[in-house]
Design a protein around this ligand. Structure first.
Ligand code: PRX
Length: 635
């Protein structure tokens, strides 16, 4: 355990924070020295936020898996690295020691090489929450291939776009997946996604359910066949610190999801540093993050951060309510989980199921409990603190983003103060600011503004895959010299931050990010639709939900409404996935637009929120009457 990077007191936090601002290169150089590098860096940091061009540990060479696996073999070879809990509690769980995981990763890395995968090639991973998903990621990293994990809930179209954008050579998938009482065919979705594809040469299929999916000759091969006879050792590819480690697609305010690129050196340093500090992990602790590896939280805090730290990490295949709403708590007792991280959506939905499900479990092992991905309301925070943390575990509210790679603003174990609904202080090394409309920093206490970061940290995104200009425009062009987060925030008199939510056209549904334009594009592909506008509105469990205002090519009669809604829902499910389906669909004869044709989302948002008291001046709109009609028929 690299306790040298762990902050132990509030005083030390303040000291380290000051040092990270006055001498960032020294600060990060010291932390980076804790890792195993093939060659040390020439320069800790070079950067500008104009192009942008950020380079950490320039000149250094490493392989991240050597730091996750090989490095631990001597002292932790027999320590549990990964515990896998299956969807069905009656099925046997699976455990890997560091040595076993090392061997599995090497075997699969050799298998990938045998299939023709080379350094720099892109490999898409479309898999459920099984150990082979983590093994696949590490096997890619071992040989210098760039992985792009695609959440298994995405549809064939969404999958196809991401595979094409990354120009993946190989895809790894399974026959299907378990999700609570259901089984979902994954290979079939992939086959559809690959119908017109020209870049994918091979598909490796892991047998998860014992099904017999269609296997295309010359393209599809079983996992068991590719690993057969492969050696348990694989020389790690020597990577430059700034070589790409992975791509992860995420939604923004423009239509097409973008591939956020993270690099080897900086991501390694920051995920380890943030994991060890925020969760105060100790050598014999068991850490469990319930996120899906298809999202950044699973990348950083199920796979990379914990394994880089030599920790024991739990991976859960199922859902919080199967077979009943006590499942999370049962798993915590079963493995003696010490640090637990989940999302506000899960907390709210389990809270709604009542305390009985919690009372049968002791939860004595817990030391730190975390929440991530969306703002947490006070009621859910308190329930979590009292019923899960039993009033003795600090709740750490982790604010960060796919683009930031790791936790940026958060409580630090039981070291920093807690305040419900406030994420807290920035980690040392992170320099957040609040800007006003004009882009000026707001200095005073108790103020609100646009949350930006003014200095780089090691796991900042480097680019958006294949389109650097998009990265510049999205994150670095709003305010000169700042990384723009897209979030609004408030800072209290003690310097603690509270995240208010997105100020751009991004909706966060159960912690899943969607761009309004992305959903509108999907809806508009339906033959019946002329145009649409999508906004988010508050939802008691999901945080936000999706409301779509849709203009069809003909008037929709009362009888036809459900049918047409069904058509639109199916279209969105096919274009993106069921997770992006609007909860409310209102048919309208037109959308409120300015004279220049811009949709007035502010008005639609108010209507969706049920707040029609102050819609502002609508007289300047192209067609003011349309607002009255929308208000009258609002759902
Ligand atoms: O709006 C913020 C919200 O989620 C966004 C990032 O989403 P994503 O890239 O999918 O990453 C999720 C995992 C970190 C942010 O811009 N968000 C994330 N964490 C919090 C949050 N909002 C409030 N509180 C948080 N702790």
């Amino acid at each position: 355990m690299m306790n040298k990077m762990q902050i132990k007191t509030l005083e030390e936090y303040h000291e380290k924070y000051a040092l990270s601002v006055s001498d960032p290169e020294y600060f990060w150089g010291e932390i980076a020295s804790e890792f195993q590098w093939v060659k040390k860096w020439d320069k800790v940091l070079e950067w500008n936020f104009t192009e942008p061009d950020v380079k950490w540990f320039q000149g250094a060479q490493l392989n991240i898996t050597e730091n996750m696996l090989d490095r631990h073999l001597e002292k932790r070879g027999n320590k549990l690295a990964l515990i896998w809990e299956p969807n069905d509690p009656k099925q046997r769980f699976v455990r890997y020691t560091y040595r076993e995981l090392y061997e599995q990763v090497c075997v699969f890395a050799n298998a990938l090489k045998a299939q023709g995968v080379e350094k720099g090639d892109r490999v898409c991973i479309y898999m459920p929450m099984i150990p082979e998903l983590a093994i696949s990621m590490m096997a890619c990293a071992r040989i210098g291939a760039i992985h792009s994990v695609i959440f298994a809930g995405f549809s064939a179209n969404a999958l196809s776009d991401r595979i094409e954008d990354a120009q993946a050579k190989l895809v790894i998938t399974t026959d299907g997946l378990n999700r609570g009482p259901k089984q979902i065919p994954l290979k079939r979705v992939l086959d559809e996604a690959l119908e017109n594809n020209t870049c994918v040469e091979k598909v490796i299929v892991y047998d998860c359910l014992g099904w017999f999916p269609y296997m295309k000759e010359g393209r599809d091969i079983w996992w068991a066949d590719v690993v057969a006879g492969q050696e348990k050792k694989c020389k790690p590819e020597v990577m430059n610190s700034e070589d790409s480690l992975f791509i992860l697609y995420t939604s923004g305010s423009t239509g097409k999801p973008k591939g956020v690129v993270h690099t080897c050196g900086g991501y390694m340093v920051y995920t380890t540093y943030s994991f060890q500090n925020v969760y105060q992990y100790q050598e014999s602790d068991v850490f469990w993050c319930t996120a899906d590896v298809g999202w950044i939280t699973g990348h950083s805090y199920i796979v990379y951060g914990p394994l880089l730290s030599g920790a024991t990490t739990v991976m859960f295949e199922g859902i919080p309510t199967y077979p009943d709403a006590g499942r999370f708590w049962q798993i915590i007792d079963k493995y003696g989980v010490n640090q637990f991280l989940t999302a506000p959506t899960a907390i709210r939905s389990l809270m709604a199921c009542g305390e009985d499900h919690v009372l049968s479990y002791s939860l004595d092992s817990l030391k730190v409990i975390g929440t991530v991905g969306e703002p947490i309301n006070e009621e859910a925070w308190k329930w979590y603190y009292q019923h899960i943390g039993k009033g003795r575990c600090p709740v750490v509210d982790n604010w960060w983003q796919t683009e930031t790679g790791g936790i940026m603003i958060s409580g630090i174990g039981n070291i920093s103060p807690m305040k419900p609904t406030f994420a807290g202080y920035p980690l040392p090394g992170i320099q957040p600011v609040l800007l006003n409309q004009e882009g000026k920093e707001i200095g005073g206490p108790d103020e609100e503004g646009y949350l930006c970061i003014k200095f780089p940290w090691p796991s900042i995104l480097r680019t958006t895959y294949g389109d650097h200009e998009r990265c510049r425009i999205n994150y670095f062009s709003h305010y000169d010299g700042y990384y723009f987060t897209g979030d609004g925030a408030k800072r209290d008199e003690n310097g603690m931050y509270r995240i208010i939510g997105r100020i751009d056209d991004v909706i966060n549904v159960s912690g899943h990010r969607f761009g309004t334009a992305e959903i509108e594009n999907a809806i508009n592909t339906s033959n019946l639709v002329v145009e649409s506008a999508v906004v988010g509105y508050p939802h008691p469990v999901k945080g936000q939900s999706i409301y779509a205002f849709v203009v069809c090519d003909h008037e929709i009669s009362e009888e036809n409404r459900d049918f047409t809604r069904g058509e639109i829902i199916e279209t969105v499910a096919a274009e993106i996935g069921k997770i992006a389906v609007p909860e409310k669909i209102q048919f309208v004869s037109g959308l409120p637009k300015t004279r220049s044709g811009k949709i007035m989302r502010r008005i639609l948002r108010k209507i969706a929120e049920g707040d029609i008291s102050n819609l502002g001046d609508t007289s300047t709109l192209l067609d003011p009457l349309v607002v009255d009609e929308i208000v009258e028929n609002a759902l």
